[in-house]
Ligand binder design. Structure first.
Ligand code: TTP
Ligand code: MG
Length: 361
């Protein structure tokens, strides 16, 4: 690992039991009680989140409300008030901006900050994180947890380590060993399905993951293999992006030699699709639209897209769609110099929660 990888100071801030904490703040008689925000117990709705008092009963986000009710009949079920959560979200973003111009909100209640260039607080990321937590509490009456480290991957994990009201630091010296000891399921970016696949391959910890050569990881996990290779070593180069959330995520490639034929084109699109998918995951976004771009030898350029009513669940499911889209493009006998694949109709994970509202009824 070269020295540059250790130079950054990244903070990940995540509010504790966000929706439930807001409800407890605004309704004093809810405090210290198991509060469930989401669908009614007798409905087909789901739990958006619950207070830490309710978590003791095993209740968690996305659990059917009926099941939550069975686990804890005395819990108080509350309808979400998204307008209020959005207001608080805007408030905390302003607080982030007051500490560093380089901050990246990733959902209503969490953000990354790059504080490498901050000189206040003796330039200490830990002191800055502490100050952010204090300011959030003072201005919103809510508690946040913060993780401090030298990249996004570790800062995100750190913010979860000490919840609620946490402040956890993973130093450059500790990073690699920390990841070695981490269970695969705790890796951000490794979902349930991948976790199972890894378990089947006898990969249970970061150390197991690190033992696999890059080629083997790529063989088993495609483009994500490289990401796993790096994070198992505590390496993550993703920058904190302070622009407004982008409207699309795409990758494209210009071929050294023009290509032709549906089969070859489709093969290249599959590769690009995986790249675009990894990029989308990296941004912790979800997408409903798949787009392809084709630039012909004569520089004529076309795009074809398909929009779904639900978020695209996995890149793999999109392969047949790619075939349909390319069938809509003219590839018979025409040479292609550039191909691109992208996702749009993007939203954050929290916006997905808004969609779950449908289920609350
Ligand atoms: P999280 O930060 O994942 O959860 P949390 O803030 O409630 O609890 P903690 O961070 O302390 O573990 O999500 C933020 C909010 O997003 C959460 O309060 C409610 C909403 N949400 C949903 O509506 N559905 C979900 O499945 C998840 C995970 C979150
Ligand atoms: Mg949270």
């Amino acid at each position: 690992m070269n020295a540059g990888e250790h130079n950054r100071k990244i903070i990940h801030v995540d509010m504790d039991a966000f929706f439930a904490a807001v409800e407890q703040r605004d309704h004093p008689h809810y405090r210290d009680k198991p509060i469930i925000v989401g669908g009614k117990p007798n409905s087909r709705g789901v739990v958006a989140t619950c207070s830490y008092q309710a978590r003791r009963f095993g209740i968690h986000s996305a659990m059917p409300s009926s099941q939550a009710y069975r686990l804890c009949p005395q819990a108080i079920f509350v309808r979400p008030r998204f307008d209020v959560y959005k207001q608080v979200s805007a408030q905390i973003r302003e607080i982030f901006a007051s500490f560093s111009s380089v901050y990246e909100p990733v959902s209503l209640d969490e953000a990354y900050l790059d504080v490498s260039a901050v000189t206040q607080y003796k330039g200490s990321a830990t002191l800055i994180a502490k100050a952010i937590k204090q300011k959030i509490l003072a201005q919103t009456g809510l508690v946040a947890s913060a993780g401090v480290s030298y990249n996004k991957f570790l800062a995100k994990i750190a913010s979860d380590m000490d919840k609620p009201d946490g402040l956890y630091l993973i130093t450059p010296e500790e990073g690699e060993l920390f990841v070695e000891n981490l269970e695969i399921g705790k890796f951000h970016g490794i979902g349930r399905a991948t976790e199972k696949k890894m378990h089947d391959l006898n990969i249970f910890t970061g150390k197991d993951l690190k033992a696999l050569p890059l080629a083997q990881l790529e063989y088993y996990f495609g483009k994500s293999g490289k990401y796993y290779f790096h994070i198992s070593r505590g390496v993550d180069h993703r920058p904190v992006v302070n622009s407004r959330i982008s409207k699309s995520v795409s990758v494209e490639t210009t071929f050294a030699e023009d290509i032709s034929g549906q089969e070859e084109i489709l093969c290249q699109l599959h590769i690009l699709l995986e790249d675009a998918w990894v990029k989308l995951q990296g941004k912790q976004m979800i997408a409903r639209t798949l787009v392809i771009k084709v630039k012909y030898q004569d520089f004529e350029q076309i795009t074809r897209s398909r929009t779904f009513s639900n978020p695209i669940g996995h890149a793999l499911n999109m392969k047949t769609v790619l075939a349909e889209l390319i069938a809509e493009a003219d590839t018979s006998g025409r040479k292609v110099r550039l191909l691109g694949v992208g996702f749009s109709s993007l939203s954050t994970r929290s916006a997905l929660a808004f969609k779950q509202m449908d289920l609350f009824e």
